[in-house]
Design a protein around this ligand. Structure first.
Ligand SMILES: NC(=O)c1ccc[n+]([C@@H]2O[C@H](COP(=O)([O-])OP(=O)(O)OC[C@H]3O[C@@H](n4cnc5c(N)ncnc54)[C@H](O)[C@@H]3O)[C@@H](O)[C@H]2O)c1
Length: 272
């Protein structure tokens, strides 16, 4: 067996003022793409409330940034529980008096054989990957409507538009998340609210490193993933996070009910 892989360090986020004083909520912020979004947003001077079902881990993320003087607070929240997301929104209003941005990032991969999958797996996938985002939107929309401005960013997937065999029912929920993005984007545009999605492709997170390490030759498996993509690499969490910065900022005022794909062009190809 060849040497096991480990996760490369997170790309350093650029510093700036693109989100100065914006109040941002991020779910699923304890690790992976959510953790990179927190790093990117604090470095653009946002004030952030973050949450995750892994309470200790998300508190460590917040504490790391707070120790450096940034305005970050964490709470434990399970996105499949509507009341947890309401508590998160209330905390933001209590601390900062407004909510400018919500990033629905919490998600789980549920990849099962359709006929062998349990009811529990089906419901868990939808409860987290779709209901969770809807509950987040429901929690922040009244405040955003009152303000007359807001930006919601749903972390969807290339599975929102494409099907890979063996991944059921994750793409069903992620297609639904794109539908939710479009429907709410249209519904609330007259109130000054933008709802957009980001569809990452293959991103180098711990989950994927663990997956490669399950093979006899993890390096070869990683290389195989790289070779499937036109730039001969996969994406980094910070590349997703910087797209979220753009959609959250005042630089994207006419982008609504849209989805930005981040996959190096992979999903445009018909064949390798
Ligand atoms: N990594 C990829 O290649 C990739 C590709 C496309 C889309 N995505 C999407 O990006 C998002 C983040 O994924 P990631 O790769 O960083 O995964 P990850 O597993 O590293 O992070 C997901 C986070 O969500 C949290 N979470 C899970 N269930 C939760 C719940 N019920 N309530 C609150 N938090 C919960 C986890 O604790 C974890 O911190 C997900 O929505 C995922 O579907 C990831």
């Amino acid at each position: 067996m060849t040497e096991r892989l480990s996760l490369p360090p997170m790309i350093e986020p650029p510093k700036g003022k693109r989100l100065k004083d914006k109040v941002v909520l991020v779910t699923g912020a304890a690790q992976g793409i959510g953790e990179a979004i927190v790093a990117a947003f604090v470095n653009q001077q946002a004030k952030i409330i973050i949450s995750d079902i892994q309470g200790d881990k998300v508190e460590k993320v917040a504490a790391r940034w707070r120790d450096q003087g940034f305005n970050v607070h964490a709470i434990t929240a399970d996105v499949s529980r509507q009341q947890d997301l309401h508590a998160m929104a209330e905390l933001a209003i209590e601390r900062h008096g407004r909510i400018d941005v919500l990033v629905n990032c919490a998600g789980v991969n549920v990849f099962r054989d359709p006929l062998e999958m349990t009811e529990e797996d089906w419901h868990r996938c939808f409860a987290i990957d779709l209901d969770g985002a809807w509950y987040g939107c429901k929690a922040v929309l009244p405040q955003m409507i009152e303000q007359g401005i807001g930006s919601i960013i749903n972390i969807a997937s290339t599975h929102s538009t494409h099907i890979i065999p063996g991944c059921f029912p994750y793409p069903v929920a992620k297609h639904g998340l794109l539908g939710l993005t479009r429907a709410l984007g249209i519904e609330y545009a007259p109130k000054g609210i933008r709802v957009n999605a980001i569809a990452p492709g293959y991103i180098e997170t711990q989950l994927n490193v663990d997956y490669w390490n399950g093979f006899a030759d993890p390096h070869a498996e990683r290389q195989r993933a790289f070779d499937m993509h036109p730039p001969r690499r996969i994406g980094q969490p910070m590349e997703v996070a910087m797209t979220a910065v753009f959609l959250a900022s005042d630089e994207a005022p006419f982008i609504n009910a849209s989805c930005i794909t981040i996959d190096g062009g992979r999903s445009v190809m018909y064949h390798d």
